[in-house]
Design a protein around this ligand. Structure first.
Ligand SMILES: Nc1ncnc2c1ncn2[C@@H]1O[C@H](COP(=O)(O)OP(=O)(O)OP(=O)(O)O)[C@@H](O)[C@H]1O
Ligand SMILES: O=C(O)c1ccc[n+]([C@@H]2O[C@H](COP(=O)([O-])O)[C@@H](O)[C@H]2O)c1
Length: 205
Protein backbone atom coordinates (compact mmCIF):
# COMPACT_ATOMS: atom_id res chain seq x y z
CA UNK A 1 0.00 0.00 0.00
CA UNK A 2 1.41 3.42 -0.95
CA UNK A 3 2.11 5.76 1.96
CA UNK A 4 -0.54 8.18 0.66
CA UNK A 5 -3.22 5.46 0.96
CA UNK A 6 -2.46 4.74 4.59
CA UNK A 7 -4.98 5.92 7.16
CA UNK A 8 -3.92 8.32 9.89
CA UNK A 9 -5.05 7.57 13.41
CA UNK A 10 -4.54 9.75 16.47
CA UNK A 11 -4.07 8.05 19.84
CA UNK A 12 -5.05 10.14 22.87
CA UNK A 13 -3.83 8.29 25.95
CA UNK A 14 -4.74 9.47 29.41
CA UNK A 15 -5.89 8.58 32.88
CA UNK A 16 -9.02 10.71 32.26
CA UNK A 17 -9.94 10.91 35.96
CA UNK A 18 -12.09 12.71 34.84
CA UNK A 19 -11.84 13.53 31.12
CA UNK A 20 -12.12 17.32 30.62
CA UNK A 21 -12.28 19.87 27.80
CA UNK A 22 -8.47 20.25 27.74
CA UNK A 23 -8.23 16.63 26.54
CA UNK A 24 -11.03 17.08 23.99
CA UNK A 25 -9.61 20.30 22.52
CA UNK A 26 -6.13 18.74 22.23
CA UNK A 27 -7.54 15.74 20.34
CA UNK A 28 -9.71 17.91 18.08
CA UNK A 29 -6.86 20.31 17.25
CA UNK A 30 -4.45 17.50 16.38
CA UNK A 31 -7.15 15.74 14.32
CA UNK A 32 -7.53 18.90 12.27
CA UNK A 33 -3.78 19.72 12.11
CA UNK A 34 -2.82 16.29 10.69
CA UNK A 35 -6.14 15.61 8.92
CA UNK A 36 -6.52 12.41 10.94
CA UNK A 37 -9.21 9.91 9.94
CA UNK A 38 -10.00 9.28 13.60
CA UNK A 39 -8.70 9.77 17.12
CA UNK A 40 -8.82 6.82 19.50
CA UNK A 41 -8.99 7.76 23.18
CA UNK A 42 -7.26 5.16 25.34
CA UNK A 43 -7.96 5.34 29.10
CA UNK A 44 -5.06 3.88 31.08
CA UNK A 45 -5.44 0.67 33.09
CA UNK A 46 -2.93 1.17 35.90
CA UNK A 47 -0.97 4.42 35.34
CA UNK A 48 2.34 3.39 36.98
CA UNK A 49 3.63 6.97 37.35
CA UNK A 50 0.48 7.80 39.38
CA UNK A 51 0.90 4.84 41.75
CA UNK A 52 1.24 7.27 44.69
CA UNK A 53 -2.38 8.42 44.39
CA UNK A 54 -5.85 6.91 44.32
CA UNK A 55 -7.16 6.54 40.77
CA UNK A 56 -10.85 5.87 40.04
CA UNK A 57 -11.81 2.42 38.72
CA UNK A 58 -10.92 1.91 35.03
CA UNK A 59 -14.57 1.22 34.13
CA UNK A 60 -15.69 4.63 35.47
CA UNK A 61 -12.91 6.41 33.57
CA UNK A 62 -13.73 4.44 30.42
CA UNK A 63 -17.46 5.27 30.62
CA UNK A 64 -16.80 8.98 31.21
CA UNK A 65 -14.54 8.93 28.14
CA UNK A 66 -17.27 7.27 26.06
CA UNK A 67 -19.81 9.88 27.22
CA UNK A 68 -17.44 12.79 26.51
CA UNK A 69 -16.54 11.65 22.99
CA UNK A 70 -19.93 10.27 21.85
CA UNK A 71 -20.99 13.28 19.77
CA UNK A 72 -17.86 13.39 17.57
CA UNK A 73 -17.97 10.88 14.69
CA UNK A 74 -14.15 10.96 14.44
CA UNK A 75 -13.63 10.06 18.11
CA UNK A 76 -13.49 6.44 19.29
CA UNK A 77 -12.56 4.86 22.65
CA UNK A 78 -10.42 1.76 23.09
CA UNK A 79 -10.34 -0.71 25.99
CA UNK A 80 -6.86 -2.07 25.16
CA UNK A 81 -5.17 -0.52 28.21
CA UNK A 82 -7.91 -1.27 30.73
CA UNK A 83 -8.13 -4.91 29.62
CA UNK A 84 -4.36 -5.59 29.78
CA UNK A 85 -3.15 -6.85 33.15
CA UNK A 86 -0.44 -4.98 35.03
CA UNK A 87 0.88 -1.42 34.72
CA UNK A 88 0.03 0.52 31.56
CA UNK A 89 2.92 1.25 29.22
CA UNK A 90 2.47 3.17 25.97
CA UNK A 91 4.79 0.74 24.18
CA UNK A 92 2.10 -1.93 24.74
CA UNK A 93 -0.71 0.44 23.72
CA UNK A 94 1.02 1.21 20.44
CA UNK A 95 1.87 -2.43 19.74
CA UNK A 96 -1.77 -3.44 20.29
CA UNK A 97 -3.18 -0.61 18.18
CA UNK A 98 -0.63 -1.22 15.39
CA UNK A 99 -1.72 -4.84 15.25
CA UNK A 100 -5.39 -3.79 15.14
CA UNK A 101 -4.76 -1.14 12.45
CA UNK A 102 -1.93 -2.40 10.19
CA UNK A 103 -3.06 -0.02 7.42
CA UNK A 104 -2.60 3.12 9.55
CA UNK A 105 0.09 5.51 10.71
CA UNK A 106 -0.33 6.33 14.41
CA UNK A 107 -0.02 9.80 15.97
CA UNK A 108 0.30 9.69 19.76
CA UNK A 109 -1.08 12.89 21.31
CA UNK A 110 0.27 14.34 24.57
CA UNK A 111 0.24 17.59 26.49
CA UNK A 112 3.46 19.48 27.20
CA UNK A 113 3.89 17.88 30.63
CA UNK A 114 3.68 14.33 29.30
CA UNK A 115 5.94 15.16 26.33
CA UNK A 116 8.61 16.48 28.71
CA UNK A 117 8.58 13.16 30.59
CA UNK A 118 8.75 10.76 27.64
CA UNK A 119 12.37 9.80 28.30
CA UNK A 120 11.14 8.27 31.60
CA UNK A 121 8.68 5.99 29.77
CA UNK A 122 9.31 2.27 29.31
CA UNK A 123 11.23 1.36 26.12
CA UNK A 124 11.17 5.01 25.00
CA UNK A 125 13.66 4.33 22.20
CA UNK A 126 11.17 2.04 20.47
CA UNK A 127 8.14 4.30 20.92
CA UNK A 128 9.08 6.52 17.99
CA UNK A 129 9.22 3.54 15.59
CA UNK A 130 5.57 2.85 16.31
CA UNK A 131 4.10 6.36 16.24
CA UNK A 132 4.69 9.99 15.47
CA UNK A 133 4.44 11.98 18.73
CA UNK A 134 2.50 15.24 18.94
CA UNK A 135 3.02 17.52 21.94
CA UNK A 136 0.30 20.12 22.60
CA UNK A 137 0.88 23.34 24.49
CA UNK A 138 -0.63 23.39 27.99
CA UNK A 139 -0.88 26.38 30.37
CA UNK A 140 1.67 26.14 33.18
CA UNK A 141 3.94 23.73 31.31
CA UNK A 142 6.87 24.99 29.24
CA UNK A 143 7.40 23.43 25.82
CA UNK A 144 10.39 24.59 23.76
CA UNK A 145 13.56 23.21 22.15
CA UNK A 146 14.62 21.81 25.54
CA UNK A 147 11.52 19.58 25.50
CA UNK A 148 12.80 18.04 22.28
CA UNK A 149 16.30 17.26 23.60
CA UNK A 150 17.03 13.56 23.21
CA UNK A 151 13.94 12.97 21.03
CA UNK A 152 14.07 12.12 17.29
CA UNK A 153 13.17 15.46 15.65
CA UNK A 154 11.58 13.84 12.59
CA UNK A 155 9.15 11.86 14.79
CA UNK A 156 7.97 14.67 17.07
CA UNK A 157 5.81 17.72 16.34
CA UNK A 158 4.89 20.45 18.79
CA UNK A 159 1.46 22.04 18.21
CA UNK A 160 0.07 25.22 19.71
CA UNK A 161 -3.56 24.78 20.78
CA UNK A 162 -6.07 27.11 22.50
CA UNK A 163 -5.00 27.39 26.14
CA UNK A 164 -7.37 25.73 28.60
CA UNK A 165 -6.06 25.82 32.17
CA UNK A 166 -8.00 22.72 33.21
CA UNK A 167 -6.61 19.64 34.96
CA UNK A 168 -8.26 16.48 36.24
CA UNK A 169 -6.66 17.18 39.64
CA UNK A 170 -8.43 20.53 39.85
CA UNK A 171 -11.75 18.96 38.74
CA UNK A 172 -11.49 16.27 41.45
CA UNK A 173 -10.64 18.85 44.11
CA UNK A 174 -13.55 21.06 43.05
CA UNK A 175 -16.03 18.19 43.37
CA UNK A 176 -14.54 17.24 46.72
CA UNK A 177 -15.02 20.82 47.97
CA UNK A 178 -18.56 21.04 46.56
CA UNK A 179 -17.53 23.50 43.81
CA UNK A 180 -18.90 23.29 40.24
CA UNK A 181 -17.17 21.54 37.36
CA UNK A 182 -19.82 22.59 34.83
CA UNK A 183 -18.15 23.69 31.54
CA UNK A 184 -14.77 22.33 32.64
CA UNK A 185 -15.96 18.82 31.75
CA UNK A 186 -18.78 17.84 29.35
CA UNK A 187 -22.31 17.95 30.79
CA UNK A 188 -22.72 14.16 30.68
CA UNK A 189 -19.50 13.76 32.68
CA UNK A 190 -20.79 16.18 35.36
CA UNK A 191 -23.90 14.01 35.59
CA UNK A 192 -21.89 10.75 35.69
CA UNK A 193 -19.70 12.12 38.52
CA UNK A 194 -22.79 13.10 40.50
CA UNK A 195 -24.68 9.86 39.91
CA UNK A 196 -21.70 7.67 40.90
CA UNK A 197 -20.49 9.98 43.69
CA UNK A 198 -16.97 10.14 42.26
CA UNK A 199 -14.54 12.49 44.06
CA UNK A 200 -17.18 13.62 46.63
CA UNK A 201 -16.09 13.99 50.24
CA UNK A 202 -17.54 11.16 52.37
CA UNK A 203 -19.70 13.46 54.49
CA UNK A 204 -21.18 15.46 51.57
CA UNK A 205 -24.91 15.16 50.86
N1 LIG B 1 -5.50 21.34 29.62
C1 LIG B 1 -4.75 20.56 28.84
N2 LIG B 1 -4.18 21.04 27.70
C2 LIG B 1 -3.40 20.23 26.92
N3 LIG B 1 -3.13 18.92 27.20
C3 LIG B 1 -3.66 18.40 28.30
C4 LIG B 1 -4.49 19.18 29.17
N4 LIG B 1 -4.88 18.38 30.21
C5 LIG B 1 -4.30 17.18 30.00
N5 LIG B 1 -3.57 17.17 28.87
C6 LIG B 1 -2.82 16.04 28.32
O1 LIG B 1 -3.72 14.94 28.19
C7 LIG B 1 -3.06 13.70 28.48
C8 LIG B 1 -3.82 12.94 29.56
O2 LIG B 1 -3.81 13.72 30.73
P1 LIG B 1 -4.39 13.24 32.13
O3 LIG B 1 -5.53 12.30 31.92
O4 LIG B 1 -3.30 12.81 33.02
O5 LIG B 1 -5.05 14.61 32.65
P2 LIG B 1 -4.47 15.66 33.71
O6 LIG B 1 -5.40 16.81 33.71
O7 LIG B 1 -3.03 15.94 33.43
O8 LIG B 1 -4.64 14.79 35.02
P3 LIG B 1 -4.09 14.98 36.52
O9 LIG B 1 -4.33 16.40 36.93
O10 LIG B 1 -4.89 13.98 37.32
O11 LIG B 1 -2.61 14.62 36.47
C9 LIG B 1 -1.63 14.06 28.89
O12 LIG B 1 -0.80 13.94 27.75
C10 LIG B 1 -1.75 15.52 29.30
O13 LIG B 1 -0.53 16.24 29.13
O1 LIG C 1 4.85 4.06 28.85
C1 LIG C 1 5.11 4.61 29.94
O2 LIG C 1 6.03 4.25 30.67
C2 LIG C 1 4.22 5.78 30.35
C3 LIG C 1 4.47 6.52 31.51
C4 LIG C 1 3.61 7.58 31.86
C5 LIG C 1 2.52 7.87 31.06
N1 LIG C 1 2.33 7.15 29.91
C6 LIG C 1 1.14 7.41 29.06
O3 LIG C 1 0.96 8.79 28.84
C7 LIG C 1 -0.43 9.07 28.70
C8 LIG C 1 -0.80 10.19 29.67
O4 LIG C 1 -0.59 9.68 30.98
P1 LIG C 1 -1.07 10.46 32.28
O5 LIG C 1 -0.42 9.69 33.41
O6 LIG C 1 -0.55 11.88 32.14
O7 LIG C 1 -2.55 10.38 32.29
C9 LIG C 1 -1.17 7.75 28.98
O8 LIG C 1 -1.50 7.14 27.75
C10 LIG C 1 -0.13 6.93 29.73
O9 LIG C 1 -0.27 5.53 29.57
C11 LIG C 1 3.13 6.13 29.56
Amino acid sequence: MAASERRRIGVMGGTFDPIHHGHLVAASEVQSWFDLDEVIFVPTGQPWQKADRTVSPPEDRYLMTVIATAANPRFQVSRVDIERHGPTYTIDTLRDLSAQHPDADLYFITGADAMAAILTWRDHDELFDLAHFVGCTRPGHEMDEKTLEGLPADRVTLVEIPALAISSTDCRQRVQKGEPVWYLVPDGVVQYIGKHRLYHSKDSA
